[in-house]
Design a protein around this ligand. Structure first.
Ligand code: CA
Length: 233
């Protein structure tokens, strides 16, 4: 269980977020504007923050800037408008760990926040009680970088997108279509893909994961699933 702050001025969305995180077993505080969010952050201890960028009084950028000065590692996921590509980039540059563009799927948000919470417990903030498999992989959510233990793995943009998608859905099937959609980013490489391209990327990624206790399983007809494996021995 984690203590989450949700800062969102849209009442319907705020209620939806509160419900899904509460049902997932988290403790949730909500705020309707940026000034209240900043006040809450200073007075309560949160494990993660879901922050709408378009907030009254203080906007999400201002809250994020203040927060980062004092809490450099507190996980923050920002919510941006559909056409807010520049906002998304500015938010990531300002120190957000992840983002979702409205409208989004609540289950996806839940999965991303859970992944963010898992990563927060990974090295360098190692939690020795975490299973080896979950502490084996660390992914930069901003740049195409990832590490197995302390060793950086060399990833292309597409390999990283694929790995990030699988990792944020650890234990769940990710469909072919979801991977192809993730690759079709407005600022990404939209060159046409060969029909077997995804299989080729999965094959490469399996090799790059090497001895990490993680396996990418092909779920026939559905897609791919990243699963953890018991340590050798
Ligand atoms: Ca808003």
């Amino acid at each position: 269980m984690a203590h989450l702050l949700i800062a969102e001025d849209d009442e319907l969305l705020r209620d939806g977020l509160r419900t899904i995180f509460t049902q997932a077993g988290h403790e949730v505080s909500t705020c309707v504007d940026g000034a209240l969010a900043w006040a809450a952050i200073q007075t309560e201890a949160f494990d993660a923050v879901v922050l709408d960028l378009g907030l009254p009084h203080l906007d999400g950028f201002q809250v994020l800037a203040r927060l980062r000065q004092r809490w450099p590692t507190l996980p923050v996921l920002i919510l941006t408008a559909r056409d807010g590509v520049e906002d998304r980039v500015a938010g990531l540059n300002a120190g957000a760990d992840d983002y979702l563009t409205k409208p989004f799927n609540l289950d996806e948000l839940l999965a991303r926040v859970q992944a963010m919470l898992r990563r927060a417990n990974l090295p360098a903030h190692a939690n020795p009680s975490l299973p080896v498999a979950q502490s084996a992989l660390r992914i930069d959510t901003d740049m195409p970088r990832a590490w197995i233990g302390q060793t950086a793995i060399d990833l292309t943009q597409r390999e990283w997108e694929l790995l990030r998608l699988l990792w944020t859905h650890l234990g769940q099937v990710v469909s072919r279509e979801a991977v192809l959609a993730a690759w079709q980013t407005p600022d990404g490489d939209n060159a046409p893909l060969a029909s077997n391209a995804l299989e080729v990327y999965v094959h490469r990624l399996r090799r790059k994961l090497g001895d990490a206790p993680l396996n990418i399983r092909n779920v026939r007809g559905l897609g791919y699933l990243l699963e953890t494996m018991p340590p050798h021995g």
